[in-house]
Structure formats: C-alpha cells, structure tokens
Write a protein that binds this ligand. Structure first.
Ligand SMILES: [Zn+2]
Length: 491
C-alpha cells in the first residue's frame, strides 16, 4: 500500500505541477503543524500539505484537471470537517514509521491465570493471523518450561518456514544455559533462526527477595547471552522490573549483555509500575547506555497494564525512540495483562506509522478469545461487539443522515474516532429505549421492509417500554404481528 500511496503522490504532484506557479508547492508527507491546508490521499490516512497555500489562494483555486479536482474537493472537504488537535498545536506526536511490533500472546499471554492453552492447531492459525496483520515478530513460547511447549515451539517454527510466513520467531529463556539449550534445539530442528529472549530480574526489591548479588546477575547474564550467541542465535537481553531498577545496575547489566553479544535489549515494566514520564525517562536513559557501547543495538519496550497505562506507556516508549513494542491480543497476560497488541495496531495505523491490512483484526481477536477462553467485553475498542453499534437516537440520527448521503466516509467518522472501514467493520444501527423513530425506519429499510407509519409506531412503542435493545427476533416478531393485523388475520 505504501507503494500505491507513493505512486499516487507522484501522480498528484505531476498533475498539479502544470497548474501552480513554479516552486510554489512543496509536497511532503504531512506531520507538521504549520500547514494550513492538506490534501488527503484516497485512503484517507495520509495528508500532503501545501506550504504556500496562502499565496496561491487555496488548493481549491487550482483549475480542474482530470481526476485531481475530485480528489482535492474531497480532501478539502475532509480537512474542513475534522479539525485535528492531534496534529495542530504546540505538542507534536513524533512520527515513527519504522516501528515494529512483537506479539507475546503465545508466551506472556498464556501466563494469564484465567486462560486455557490453545491447541497447537489454533496456535498455528494465530501465527498466520499475526503475520497477515503485519506483526513483525512473535514470541512462540518458553521451551524451557517443558517438553510440550518445546514441541509446540518446533512445530510453530517449522510452520513459519514451510508457509513462508513473514514473521520472526523468538523464545523466552531465563539467563540459564538449561533454558537456552531448548531454543538452540528448536532452531536446529526447524531450520529457523529463533531469537533468544533471555531475561533476569533487575530491581533492588527483586534482588532482595531472591538473595541475588549483582555480581551473580552479571555472571548469569554474560554466560547465557554469550552461550546463545555462540550457537548462532540472535539474542535479546531482557531485564524484568526495569522500571524500578537503579540506573547504575541497568548500565552494568546491559553493557555486560551487549559486550557478550546481545543485539537487542528489552525494557520490561513487568509489574505495571511505570507512568508515561517514567517510560520516557527510562527509554531515554537506556538509549544513552546503548550509544555509549558504540554497538548497533535495538531497544524494545514490554509493558503491563496494572495501572491501566499499558497503551499510553507503549506509545510513549515509541515516542522516546524504542524500536519495537510488545503486546498481546486482547491484552491477556499475567494479572491484569499486557499492552493490547490489537490496540497498538489500531493506534499505529491511525498515527500513520504502519499501513497494513487490518481487516482481519476482529477475526484474530475472536480466535484468541475462543481458543484461550477469554470473553471480549462488548465495549472493548474496535473488536468489541458494541464498538461501532449505536441505538441512541441522536447518535444514530447523525450516522443515518450520513449513510443517506451515500457517504460511508462520513458515516464512519461522524460519531467515531476510529474509522470502522480500516478494521473490516461497519456502523450498525440498533433499536432500544434511547432510540428515535429514525432508528426504526432505518433498521426496517436496511432489511427491505417498507417503514409503514403504523409499523414504525408499533416498534417504536415496544422499544420505549423495553429495558434493553430489541433483538432482531423481537423486531421481526413485531413485524409479523403487524402484517397479520393489517391483513385482517388478527383483527
Ligand atoms: Zn511480561
């Protein structure tokens, strides 16, 4: 799609170049604060600004030229309809187009006390979904946990190889050779390079509880990282509880791990302690530590949601320069869970950082829900049953008016900050006690039922006396009763 967009941009530039004074237009991908007018591409997610619009009297003053004027008219319209405080103002969201995602559903997610472990068949299906959604890498288990996990890891790694899935596997291990060995074995038996994510606690509270000395932690870190690296595994060194660890401890641990061969480090907010400011401070500090080593080492962020800050912390980590963000589908994981990778996908898309096809996001989450026994709350963002559903009269009336204009773009935005069409969803109008007549009329029309005033009145009366939304079956019963009555059968 990026190629497609670039092509469109080039065509756009070329067509406009003959219309406007030479040098007056500088078309660049839109993120800046100073652009008065921007044109949106046909996908509606990227803008292209005109720096000199004032001098030109507005894009609209350009003479029509082929299809461009249509695109412009729509683009101008969209820009006028939504003033975006997210990009207009003093504080600017950094642009992170190279950001990557690591899916922890099959490892950390399955550590949730409430989930059941999916069958290996379902794990394979989940892996396909992850790759299809453009997720870059996936933790496929902790093979040191036992023979069954190891066998699943080997099967999943082979599936990646055999199906040519565009997703890089990694596996967790304590900083012990006995945990690294099964990853080496899985990598050899599958013929797939598996990144070893070796982890150790790093906070003073954890050290005190475990009776660990820093020397011992350094020795375990150095030994396990160099052992994995010497067997050809890419190594990510992970410190647990990083957000409560001392800077001098972190500097020593990470410098040691990088010298031993780690080429990626992971800052884990294992207990969900951090605030966005804490994340910013930590990521900034650790990027300095990495820079001091002189090595090319990537920085990952792995967050938990104990304070409900998982998503905003992950975004802050990205703003601060983290290269890869971890998450799990539906946020399943230890205690209250991890950052939700589905919500990361949604936000990265809306921020213009990624542009993969997310129409299968709902199916992915549904499969995670079914295979782990985790119900999706109806009000869950984007993939919840109610995410794009309304029965409220005022809301529904606005959506219905937009739909009646034949404008899905408008209908999907007039009462939603998340455009449904990006995620394979659509607005749904229901009928309930807060509904207006327009809900009833629209509902009937959608099902090719003529909204006779007496039928509408009958359904409207029923919904007003109900304490919940009317189900399809309830409404169809009312329709059948009305038909019988109007044909005289029930007179
Ligand atoms: Zn975790």
């Amino acid at each position: 799609m990026i190629q497609c967009r670039l092509k469109w941009l080039h065509a756009f530039q070329k067509q406009l170049s003959g219309l406007l004074p030479p040098g007056a237009i500088a078309l660049q991908p839109f993120r800046g604060p100073k652009h008065v007018v921007c044109a949106l591409d046909p996908y509606g997610t990227w803008g292209y600004p005109y720096d000199s619009v004032g001098a030109l009297g507005g894009v609209g003053s350009a003479k029509p030229c082929g299809s461009i004027i249509r695109v412009e008219a729509r683009a101008m319209n969209q820009h006028e309809l939504i003033y975006d405080w997210n990009v207009e103002g003093e504080r600017q969201t950094p642009h992170c187009p190279g950001i990557e995602l690591n899916d922890e559903t099959l490892r950390d997610g399955l550590q949730s006390p409430s989930v059941q472990t999916p069958s290996v068949h379902d794990k394979i299906r989940l892996l396909h979904f992850m790759a299809g959604l453009g997720i870059h890498s996936a933790n496929i288990g902790l093979p040191g946990a036992g023979e069954q996990v190891k066998q699943d890891v080997i099967l999943l790694a082979r599936e990646i190889r055999d199906s040519g899935l565009n997703i890089a596997p990694n596996c967790a291990a304590r900083t012990l050779r006995v945990d690294v060995d099964p990853i080496i074995e899985a990598s050899e038996r599958s013929g797939v390079s598996i990144e070893a994510a070796v982890f150790i606690g790093s906070s003073p509270i954890r050290q005190y509880a475990e009776d660990w000395t820093l020397d011992r932690m350094l020795q375990h870190s150095s030994d396990s990282v160099s052992y994995a690296a010497s067997h050809g595994l890419p190594v990510m060194y992970v410190t647990e509880d990083t957000t409560r660890a001392r800077p001098d401890t972190l500097r020593r641990l990470y410098t040691t791990a990088i010298e031993a061969g780690a080429r990626r480090i992971c800052l884990a907010d294992t207990v969900g302690h951090a605030t966005p400011e804490g994340v910013w401070n930590l990521v900034t500090f650790m990027r300095g530590v990495v820079a001091d080593t002189g090595e090319d080492v990537k920085v990952d962020w792995h967050g938990h949601n104990d304070r409900g800050l998982g998503l905003v912390n992950a975004l802050t980590a990205a703003y601060a320069g983290a290269d890869r963000i971890h998450g799990t589908a539906l946020g399943i994981g230890e205690r209250v869970g991890n950052t939700s990778i589905d919500q990361l996908l949604v936000n990265f898309t809306l921020l213009g950082w990624i542009d993969g096809d997310l129409s299968a996001l709902g199916e992915y989450c549904d499969l995670v829900s079914a295979s782990t026994g985790t119900p999706i709350p109806p009000n869950y963002p984007v993939v919840g049953r109610d995410a794009f559903r309304t029965a409220t009269g005022v809301h529904a009336a606005a959506v219905i008016k937009a739909l009646r204009k034949g404008d899905d773009w408008l209908a999907n935005r007039v009462y939603s900050g998340v455009p449904a069409e990006y995620f394979g969803r659509a607005q749904a109008i229901e009928i309930g006690p807060m509904s207006g007549v327009s809900n009833v009329v629209y509902w009937l029309e959608r099902r090719a039922i003529t909204p006779d005033p007496t039928l509408v009145e009958s359904i409207f009366a029923a919904c007003k006396s109900s304490d919940r939304l009317l189900e399809t079956e309830d409404i169809m019963n009312l329709v059948r009763t009305w038909r019988l009555r109007t044909t005289g059968a029930l007179a």
